[in-house]
Design a protein around this ligand. Structure first.
Ligand code: NAD
Length: 387
């Protein structure tokens, strides 16, 4: 029999997760404290499925069945029969704690309790439970219906059965699953930080403007969007908050230092597309600035950001956050990187990556640029990530 899935929070992520589960035939209970949000989620789901019918992915009958798989509830009590519940509410620890401890009184003792948190510790969320070996992080990417990656994060309290059940269930939804350690930013939100941070630093040093840095990353790197276009898309408020939280959680490691430029844009309300202005102006009739297409400069910018990304990917492997394969899979399936960073490093040669990082480290003398110990060891021993 199909497992009964509960989702708490019918916002951006929760409604997407509920749709994915309903499309896979599960009975789903979607709960939100705000009844208007439930109504919005219901009509949003209908529109989203209508588009899939138009594209020929589902028939009208299938659409009706999927919609009838979801029950909308405004009380936690409505989730009492669930086998797995994924929480996707506001990113505040104290609110998550109170929801999970209330939830535990309602569900069966073997119901798996998961959080879709992007930045909070799963161990801490689990501490609000009496039976905390059933807590797990199940982290979808936005939009959950489209992005194939799901990071699964066992906490120190989580038992093997919970991990195995979560992995096989999410895989059965057609998602690419990577299992990673309960460390700040998990894989993607940790390894991707230099894509934004180093681009901002290059801008702050006056090396190039936003448009030129974006051009360098799309033209030389093959990234779908440059960092400033992407930050405007994500929202500078959201992206800055993630950077600040990762920086704080890493005990202020300079590798993750947030940027004043992004902070000021966020403070000014220049969030990006959603407010009509971010690093770029999206007002009607506004002219997009053109990049300086200097090939030598563009290549230098791309290489500097890329080696910083590779250094971070090496650190995730070095600190056992995830395997080489999973770090590469996470970046290609979670944020659409054109290649896995460790495979890319190998293509360019690990010696060259280390040499570039050493040059940055010598130039700036900042800890931010220190080459990762695993990379140094691999170069010394002539080892490869994929041999
Ligand atoms: N937005 C993203 O790109 C993204 C990506 C991955 C993970 N996440 C994580 O997913 C979670 C949700 O993010 P979102 O962007 O969907 O938020 P959102 O603001 O779109 O939705 C949150 C929903 O939770 C509801 N809610 C708040 N408190 C509640 C409570 N106590 N009980 C029941 N419902 C409650 C709100 O009414 C709202 O509808 C966060 O933990 C976030 O870190 C977000």
């Amino acid at each position: 029999m199909s497992k009964i899935i509960g989702v708490i929070g019918a916002g951006t992520m929760g409604s997407g997760i509920a749709q994915v589960a309903a499309q896979c035939g599960h009975p789903v209970y979607l709960m939100d404290a705000n009844v208007e949000q439930l109504a919005r989620a219901k009509s949003g789901l209908s529109k989203s499925l209508e588009k899939l019918v138009e594209k020929g992915k589902f028939t009208s009958e299938q659409k009706t069945n999927i919609e009838s798989n979801i029950q909308y509830v405004s009380q936690l009590e409505g989730l009492s029969s669930c086998d797995l519940i994924i929480e996707a509410i506001i990113e505040k620890m104290e609110v998550k704690h109170s929801v999970f401890s209330a939830l535990e009184k309602i569900v069966s003792s073997d119901c798996i309790l998961a959080s879709n948190t992007s930045s909070l510790s799963i161990a801490s969320i689990g501490s609000s439970l009496k039976k905390s070996d059933r807590i797990i992080g199940i982290h979808f990417f936005n939009p959950a219906t489209i992005m194939p990656l799901v990071e699964i994060i066992p906490a120190v309290q989580t038992n093997e059965a919970t991990i195995n059940q979560a992995v096989s269930l999410i895989q059965s939804w057609g998602k690419t699953v990577v299992v990673c350690k309960d460390t700040p930013g998990f894989i993607v939100n940790r390894v991707a930080r230099p894509f934004y941070g180093e681009a901002l630093r290059i801008y702050e040093e006056g090396i190039a403007d936003f448009a030129t840095i974006d051009w360098a990353m799309t033209h030389f790197g093959g990234f779908k969007m440059g960092p400033f276009t992407l930050m405007d898309y994500i929202g500078n408020d959201v992206n800055y908050a993630v950077t600040e939280s990762v920086f704080t959680a890493f005990y202020y490691d300079p590798r993750f230092k947030p940027s004043f430029t992004q902070k000021r844009h966020s403070e000014a309300g220049f969030y990006g597309r959603k407010t009509g202005r971010g690093f770029y102006n999206y007002a009607e009739g506004a002219i997009m600035p053109l990049p300086t297409m200097d090939e030598e400069l563009g290549k230098k910018i791309f290489e500097r950001i890329l080696v910083m990304l590779i250094n971070e990917a090496c650190d995730a492997v070095f600190m056992q956050v995830a395997s080489v394969q999973d770090v590469d899979l996470a970046m290609t399936k979670g944020v659409n990187y054109p290649k896995g960073l460790l495979a890319w490093a190998e293509e360019l040669s690990l010696d060259w990556v280390l040499m570039e990082l050493n040059t940055l480290f010598d130039t700036y003398g900042e800890d931010r640029y220190r080459p990762n110990a695993l990379l140094k060891r691999m170069v010394k021993n002539g080892d490869k990530f994929y041999s």
